[in-house]
Design a protein around this ligand. Structure first.
Ligand code: NAD
Ligand code: AKB
Length: 320
């Protein structure tokens, strides 16, 4: 791949992944885009930025021609909690947007498309612990339905057209640069912000809720490692399980107290509890480990320390 278009680059993952891709491919060879009109200065100043609604197929084609794009990273999505408020919008952006990306890539003979899936592809009936790569995929959210359909579509384009499509089932991603965009795992990020700024967090899921999570540096590494993996060695394509750590909210609060001793957490579960309860507690990612050498670096305490250090610096600078 010589020139990559990142769609949805202003979001939680895109705002950091785009900058990492620019370090590897060169600033001018990674075109950031998003429907958002005011992305961060870092995103706009470190390389090209185009406003793009993923549903606007014509403009996507114009940008692809303008920059001679030969690969797309598709991060535009409506996440689980927002998707339950507006299921038709989630279907439209996640499915019709993905079809636009795949068709644009096919018509332009692109070298690669990366489009992430999620642990939201799982649902009731999926084994809760050490969830296997091949298992029951019957999600209960519209977001999850679009993720399962997206995995199937990606694999369909691989088989039918020989297009190189890749994807990972990310767990909840925890980071300190850009806030998450309306998911169920957002509590695991918000708890750090409130620990640093208020010393207290009111959590929207119960204390015993356990979900698979990953720190952003591992998310960036997993994504780039999969993008750079030898296609001929991949048996899977659009649906790799990837895991790093699993913990309850109680365990996360205890980890925070190692660095902020007075931290307190209370619980007011809302509609997102049912979504969290429908997802696995832990993930078997042996296919990713075997096929492209996946291995995470951060555990709960090393992530907590780094999150608190970074957010404390931001708080002192008046940024949060
Ligand atoms: P996010 O909500 O933070 O960012 C999504 C971006 O897409 C936003 O900047 C938004 O403006 C943009 N967008 C929305 N509608 C658009 C449209 N019509 N056209 C163009 N852009 C549009 O999401 P994220 O967390 O960065 O997620 C990126 C990908 O990773 C998604 O596919 C998501 O499902 C997946 N994922 C994320 C997580 C996580 O915890 N962050 C976990 C599992 C999977
Ligand atoms: C969400 O909670 O919707 C996302 C995800 C796990 O896909 N963070």
């Amino acid at each position: 791949m010589k020139r990559i278009l990142v769609i949805g680059s202003a979001g939680q993952i895109g705002s950091e992944l785009t900058l990492e891709l620019r370090k590897i491919w060169g600033n001018s060879n990674v075109v950031a885009s998003d429907v958002c009109q005011n992305p961060s200065a870092r995103l706009q100043e470190s390389g090209p930025y185009e406003t793009l609604n993923i549903l606007d197929r014509q403009r996507m084609g114009e940008i692809v021609s303008k920059y001679q794009i030969d690969g797309i990273v598709n991060l535009a999505a409506i996440l689980s909690a927002t998707g339950e408020k507006n299921p038709m919008k989630a279907w439209d952006v996640n499915m019709n947007g993905l079809i636009n990306v795949l068709e644009c890539a096919r018509e332009n003979n692109m070298k690669q498309v990366l489009t992430p899936s999620s642990i939201a592809a799982f649902g009731p009936g999926t084994p809760l612990y050490n969830t296997p790569q091949e298992t029951v995929l019957r999600p209960s959210t519209m977001y999850g339905i679009t993720k399962v359909a997206g995995e199937l579509l990606g694999d369909y384009y691989v088989k039918k057209y020989g297009l190189d499509v890749r994807g990972l089932r990310y767990p909840g991603i925890i980071s300190h640069e850009t806030l998450p965009g309306g998911g169920t795992t957002d509590y695991a990020v918000a708890i750090y912000y409130d620990a640093v700024t208020k010393g207290h967090y009111t959590c929207f899921v119960k204390e015993e809720t356990m979900l698979p999570m990953m720190y952003m540096p591992d998310c960036l590494k997993a994504t780039i490692d999969l993008m750079q993996a030898d296609f001929s060695k991949l048996n899977h394509h659009s649906d790799f399980n990837v895991a790093a750590m699993s913990f309850t909210v109680t365990e996360q609060a205890e980890s925070i107290r190692k660095f902020i001793p007075g931290f307190t957490c209370s619980y007011e579960p809302d509609h997102r509890q049912a979504i969290a309860d429908s997802w696995p507690r832990s993930i078997d990612d042996s296919a990713a480990r075997e096929e492209w050498g996946w291995k995470p670096s951060f555990d709960l305490d090393t992530m907590t320390k780094d999150m608190i250090d970074k957010l404390t610096a931001k708080h002192k600078a008046g940024l949060i």
